[in-house]
Design a protein around this ligand. Structure first.
Ligand code: ADP
Ligand code: MG
Length: 599
């Protein structure tokens, strides 16, 4: 027990560091961060740097080139120092751009959250208003606003903030809609919390990442828009410098003194590009799916370490042999094993139960068989998997993929997440058939309906056009089994296929699996955490704890004489009818003994 309790602690601690480390690991984002930091630091220091007055004209020094003594970046058409104007101008542009971002984010997100949370008529009214704002080309709208309010930096800021409100409102409303009716929000409502408090404590923290992501990706854009309005003479007014007005003023000298417009142009480019790569980096870090490893989509097959040791198969007459399998996950450059030295085998027509508590590594073992552990971060470090005497892990990718579903099929725990919600169940079964067999569409359809009948879907032909949400949990799992049977596999790996179902349905699904397995002579690797099921159902059993097999043998023998304390505990957890309170006493005693052992 001590290892179990200690294991999660360092992970929880490192999770917070990894957000920062992940951002720094992303080289582009780091470059953006450093560049942006340098620019912001320089502009912040503008008042104390030994710079000439940005607005002091000197007609005698007009259009001096770059690197003139006293004028590092030269002078403009009025003899003003470009470096000084650049730093002061960047200050203005960045301040206006960021201020507009915060205003747009604040107002837009508030509208989005209220609309998404309230729903119905309020949502409708608010969103139609936002739609109207979006229907105008935004730069035209900004121009119209500035024209109405009069040119000037503050008015440009309002205009840009206003035209960007819809982006925040739309994004945030979409996410809020997803949360507004989740169970934890309902629970908060039942506990008597008011609307404002629910919005602030339940909804806002969940939509915050979206707001931050939208801000980081639109800030650069808003700086660009500020520059655009100033370029057109509607933002900063002379003699005040900002990047857009400097660009606009330099336009007349573009051929005679190109540096006057190139310098602010390059600065705009640097700010926007650094904000964009940094924004992308922040988005990747805030997305928990991208946090666990590299910033990449999982490959089609689990990564296998090059220097893997592949022990030979020790059970020749088995259809599936796993030898000393070691699978784990890469987290921030470290390899964290989830399964260590697991060896099992299943003979044709037999059922092996793999039992262990949640998190013991059963699913990782099962998924490793066909290279289905997502990589990154998953890695198979050592060991071998033999399907019909062939090492699966050294097969070429295409060959391994061809074996999925045809020789080894899976049935997963939650059929609602494994079935496609938008495709009729008949079509989904047809797809599994068509993936491995080239038969005519009519035959395929016939076979799909036969399969659905076989797994006990009543009135299969009529039912085949139904969608997963129109079926009960048990029926959905039957469809999952039909898909697994589609290509007459030799091995079925069922990963807790009945855990999501209620007890009576569970019994029927188990019966179905057993009958089909016997009838077709398939091997079955049955994963569960319930010894009751194993004792009725499996010929042999392997007990798994903390990623290792602690005991294996004939089910009857293990039941009669369990060797490992953990096995005893799992067996004790199966209640018997009529034992009542004595059952709980028995479990409690075993747990107490276990604690003593550790101490
Ligand atoms: P179970 O026995 O309940 O099926 P699993 O095989 O799913 O357990 O998980 C075994 C261990 O592997 C757990 O400690 C889990 O935290 C870890 N694990 C599973 N998937 C991932 C992943 N994608 N990234 C990191 N760790 C994982
Ligand atoms: Mg599992």
């Amino acid at each position: 027990m001590s290892t179990l309790a200690a294991a999660p602690a360092p992970q929880a601690g490192s999770a917070r560091i990894t957000s920062w480390r992940l951002l720094v690991n992303n080289r582009l984002a780091t470059a953006g961060l450093v560049l942006l930091g340098t620019i912001l630091l320089l502009t912040a220091l503008a008042p104390i740097l030994p710079l000439p007055d940005p607005n002091a004209t000197a007609p005698a020094d007009r259009l001096k080139p770059v690197l003139t003594a006293g004028h590092l970046l030269g002078t403009d058409q009025l003899g003003r120092d470009i470096l000084s104007r650049l730093l002061w101008g960047t200050r203005v542009s960045v301040a206006v751009g960021f201020a507009a971002t915060f205003i747009a984010a604040g107002i837009g997100s508030a509208i989005g959250i209220v609309a998404g949370y309230a729903g119905g008529r309020i949502d409708n009214a608010m969103m139609r208003g936002i739609d109207m704002l979006m229907a105008f080309p935004y730069i035209l709208l900004a121009l119209a606003i500035v024209a109405a309010l009069g040119p000037g930096l503050m008015n440009a800021l309002y205009a840009i903030a206003l035209v960007n409100i819809p982006f925040f409102a739309r994004n945030v409303r979409g996410v809020t809609l997803g949360y507004a009716h989740r169970e934890f929000v309902d629970a908060a409502r039942l506990s008597g919390k008011g609307h404002l408090s629910i919005i602030l404590t339940e909804v806002l923290p969940n939509v915050m990442p979206v707001i931050v992501i939208t801000m980081s990706t639109t800030a650069g854009w808003m700086i660009l828009e500020t520059a655009g309005l100033s370029f057109l003479g509607l933002g900063a007014q002379p003699p005040q410098a900002d990047l857009g007005s400097m660009l606009g003023e330099g336009r007349a000298q573009i051929f005679t003194a190109p540096h006057v417009s190139i310098v602010p142009g390059v600065m705009i480019f640097l700010i926007v590009i650094s904000l964009n790569v940094l924004g992308d980096g922040i988005r990747d870090v805030l997305d928990p799916r991208l946090r666990s490893g590299a910033l990449a989509r999982p490959g089609p097959v689990t990564e296998v370490a090059r220097d893997r040791t592949a022990p030979a198969s020790t059970a020749d007459d088995a259809v599936l042999v796993i030898e000393k399998l070691e699978t784990g996950f890469r987290q921030g450059g470290e390899f964290i094993p989830a399964v260590r030295g697991v060896s099992l085998h299943v003979k044709p027509g037999k059922c092996l139960g793999l039992i262990g508590e949640s998190g013991s590594g059963k699913s990782v073992t099962a998924l490793s068989v066909m290279g289905l552990v997502a990589s990154p971060p998953g890695v198979i470090r050592n060991g071998a998997v033999y399907v019909g005497n062939e090492d699966v892990l050294s097969m070429p990718e295409t060959r391994l993929i061809a074996k999925r579903g045809s020789r080894v099929a899976y049935v997963f725990q939650d059929p609602l997440t494994t079935l496609h919600p938008m495709v009729a169940i008949g079509r989904q079964v047809e797809e599994s058939i068509a993936a491995h067999q080239s038969i005519s569409a009519a035959d395929c359809r016939k076979k799909a309906i036969e399969l659905l009948e076989k797994v006990g879907i009543p009135d299969a032909r009529a039912r085949s056009v139904h969608y997963p949400h129109q079926l009960s949990g048990g029926q959905r799992q039957r469809v999952g089994i039909a898909m697994a049977l589609a290509n007459d596999p030799e091995i079925i790996i069922a990963d807790e296929p009945t855990t999501a179902l209620d007890v009576t349905v569970q019994a029927r699904i188990l019966e179905l699996l057993r009958d089909l397995q016997r009838e077709r002579g398939m091997a079955l690797l049955f994963i569960t955490h319930d010894f009751g099921i194993v004792s009725e159902f499996c010929d042999r059993v392997a007990v798994m704890k903390d990623g290792e097999i602690v005991e294996t043998g004939e089910t009857r023998q293990v039941l009669a004489d369990p060797q490992h304390a953990y096995t005893k505990r799992l067996i004790a957890c199966v209640p018997e009818l009529g034992t009542g309170a004595r059952f709980l006493d028995r479990v409690a005693t075993l747990f107490a003994e276990d604690k003593k052992e550790v101490a």
